[in-house]
Design a protein around this ligand. Structure first.
Ligand code: S3P
Length: 436
């Protein structure tokens, strides 16, 4: 679906401020997890406001291949998805390779479930996913006795599911996906499975499992453990808006003079919104208000007014990884230099995001350079130009935001990459610009 060589194009022009109230599509990370947890439940779960992006569609399609069926129904306020399962026993062998598309989350988290299911599975992905590191799940799962093999550290991944034994994992990379895969395996293993990370990673799986009453213990911000559970209780959830999708509008409203927007019903999990603290440190005018909690996840509103920014040093902080490219766009419009360090993980995302962010900014007239573990950006003004997305949805949306403050037009080549996480991004952006 997401074709890195795609030549679909979009043109964005500078101009009007952003004004008004908006909600962003359901959180991609929580949508994946809600689908998998519903599949692990015994009974009928209802998911509202699910992300409609390509990645979550990949998880849905793979579940379908594994004989777990979901039904979508239109409602007055959108659509809802009902999923009926019998828990682990509902999973059945597909006989065909499981197509994970562009979605690392689908491939890694499902591997953690499938290693404990008594049948064979093969997981494959698109060109970009086939280059992403998989030893980070294969090695620790093998420590639990799993029969799982990668192809030279990448997909295809071959699994021969069977019995698992819990153990302690000391991970060398902090990763919400790897941690979740190990939790899903641990929920089928004998004894405790304990996971220790070098730094805190996003904790949606832990929060949702705790809210569902699973035997999970959070020992500290970097250590969690779980033991076997029969099946989870079915649940109903309204998925909060995606904090990482909101980041594009937060930066856009900050850098386009005269803007004021409110993003409603967005996920405010502290490990997902530390980018707001970085922007505030740069001078941004941002307020957040928590309004409710859903399956352990904080939800609320973010209000942003435009403000001048100054460069900062961004050391890879708790949870910020997907937002670094859009923070780099903010930095390109700031006064002074910004340095991003400790972010080597950017290189193994949907594209090598250190290289593609630098290339995007420089194509628009900025001065950015790549370092081993991040980038340096000299703030100033942008000219506009032609940007290649390299099939990366976040690079596409970053370029569209940068275009709003460029002197000329910006052409984005490979625009359809946005389908992966935010199919209606351009429509929502246009709506905020028309609300003047
Ligand atoms: C995700 C975790 C992060 C993030 C990805 C989604 C998740 O990846 O970049 O977009 O849902 O757990 P890592 O786990 O590789 O850091």
């Amino acid at each position: 679906m997401n074709n890195p060589a795609s030549s679909s194009r979009a043109i964005f022009k500078p101009g009007e401020p952003l004004r008004g109230v908006i909600s962003v599509p359901g959180c991609k990370g929580i949508s994946h997890r809600a689908l998998l947890l519903a599949a692990l439940s015994d009974g009928g779960s209802v998911l509202r406001g699910l992300s409609l992006g390509g990645d979550v569609k990949s998880t849905l399609a793979v579940l379908e291949q594994l004989k777990i069926h979901a039904t979508a129904t239109a409602t007055a306020t959108g659509s809802e998805l009902s999923l009926q399962s019998r828990g682990y026993d509902q999973f059945a062998e597909s006989g065909e390779p499981l197509e994970c598309g562009n979605s690392g989350t689908t491939m890694r988290m499902l591997s953690g479930i499938l290693v404990g299911r008594p049948f064979q599975s093969v997981l494959i992905g698109d060109e970009s996913l086939s280059t992403r590191p998989m030893a980070r799940i294969v090695d620790p799962l093998q420590m639990m006795g799993a029969e799982i093999e990668s192809t030279d550290g990448h997909s295809p991944i071959q699994i021969n599911g069977g019995a698992l034994t819990g153990c302690r994992h000391d991970l060398s990379v902090a990763s919400g996906q790897v941690k979740s895969a190990l939790l899903f395996a641990g929920m089928q293993a004998s004894g405790w499975t304990e996971i220790h990370e070098p730094a805190p990673s996003r904790d949606h799986t832990e929060r949702m499992l705790s809210a569902l009453g699973a035997p999970i213990e959070i020992l500290n911000s970097r250590t969690v453990r779980v033991r076997a559970v029969g099946a989870l209780a079915p649940f109903t959830i309204e998925i909060p808006g995606d904090a990482s999708s909101a980041a594009f509008f937060v930066v856009a409203a900050t850098i386009v003079p005269g803007s004021e927007i409110t993003i409603r019903g967005v996920g405010l999990n502290p490990l997902r919104v530390s980018y707001l603290d970085v922007l505030t440190e740069m001078g941004a005018d941002i307020e957040r208000e928590i309004t409710d909690e859903r399956l352990g996840e904080l939800v609320g509103n973010i209000t942003v007014r435009s403000a001048p920014l100054s460069g900062v040093v961004i050391k890879s902080r708790e949870g910020i990884i997907d937002e670094l490219p859009i923070l780099a766009v903010a930095a390109a419009t700031a006064v002074g230099e910004t340095t991003i360090t400790g972010a080597a993980e950017m290189r193994v995302k949907e594209s090598d995001r250190i290289s593609t962010t630098v290339a995007m900014l420089n194509a628009l007239g900025s001065r950015a350079v790549a370092t081993d573990d991040g980038l340096k950006i000299e703030g100033g003004s942008l000219l506009g130009g032609a940007v290649e997305t390299h099939g990366d949805h976040r690079i596409a949306m970053c370029a569209a935001v940068a275009a709003l403050v460029a002197a000329g037009h910006t052409e984005i080549i490979g625009w359809d990459a946005v389908q992966v996480s935010y199919p209606g991004f351009d429509v929502d952006l246009a709506r905020l610009r028309e609300s003047n």
